[in-house]
Design a protein around this ligand. Structure first.
Ligand SMILES: NC(=O)C1=CN([C@@H]2O[C@H](COP(=O)(O)OP(=O)(O)OC[C@H]3O[C@@H](n4cnc5c(N)ncnc54)[C@H](O)[C@@H]3O)[C@@H](O)[C@H]2O)[C@@H](O)CC1
Ligand SMILES: [K+]
Length: 211
């Protein structure tokens, strides 16, 4: 059977339906996404998990990353948060996840130098919400991730990749693997997208999609 692939617009419509019509809260979907990403990371060789650095954006992709940080921390994995921007003006779900990370005193920084200490980097900057070229500090952060020696696990789609075309929007994260949520995004199936995404893992239990 061919796996269904979706555009950003289709994925947003599915999420909207699940949250608003079916009534499954966004935080439940986020937790299911985070559980799948955490399982993927915990199945990697132990030496990759000596120091996980999770790079966190201000939207729900960042919220997924923060939830993964909590789950890894509770599983005994050393984890640090690297906030791209000071963690203000974040989405509602992102703020909830920030609170739980603060409760567990998970170390956090905005200093890019922390990427050098990582044995694994989790890219949770942008997901399907990317809608313009990557510039300024975001660009610097993505370049620093790509220069760091550690392999990268991307959440949903490598940050900077256009969800629909698979082209870099100025710059994009080069991942070793990508855990894509619910359905593969169409951009991941293009030659450019495949190159940035690395191994694609489909987290197919994130939502209950009946349409
Ligand atoms: N909606 C849902 O139900 C679910 C969403 N999930 C996650 O949520 C993600 C989508 O979250 P969001 O819609 O919050 O968006 P993102 O987290 O992808 O993006 C964050 C924000 O970045 C801003 N942005 C876009 N392009 C930019 C650029 N070039 N430079 C600077 N800022 C830029 C946008 O304004 C956007 O609000 C998915 O990819 C997935 O990871 C998961 O939690 C599962 C459930
Ligand atoms: K990402």
């Amino acid at each position: 059977m061919m796996t269904k692939v979706v555009t950003a617009k289709e994925m947003r419509a599915l999420d909207h339906h699940t949250i608003n019509e079916v009534g499954i809260p966004a935080l439940v979907l986020m937790e299911r996404a985070a559980l799948a990403i955490t399982d993927h990371i915990l199945a990697l060789p132990k030496e990759k998990r000596h120091q996980v650095v999770i790079v966190v954006g201000n939207g729900n992709n960042g919220g997924d990353g923060l939830a993964v940080a909590r789950l890894l921390h509770l599983a005994g994995t050393p984890v640090k948060l690297l906030f791209v921007m000071p963690p203000a003006q974040a989405s509602e779900e992102n703020r909830v996840q920030q609170h739980t990370c603060a409760y567990y005193q998970i170390p956090a920084t905005t200093d890019l130098a922390t990427l050098k200490d990582a044995t694994l980097i989790v890219d949770a900057i942008f997901g399907i919400g990317i809608d313009r070229e990557v510039t300024g500090h975001y660009r610097e952060v993505i370049e620093a991730i790509n220069q760091a020696p550690a392999p990268v696990v991307a959440v949903d789609i490598p940050s900077g990749l256009n969800t629909d075309t698979g082209e870099a929007m100025g710059v994009a994260v080069k991942a070793a693997s990508t855990v894509t949520l619910a359905y593969p995004k169409i951009g991941l199936t293009t030659p450019d997208g495949e190159e940035f995404a690395g191994r694609i893992v489909i987290a197919d239990k994130v939502g209950i999609y009946d349409i």
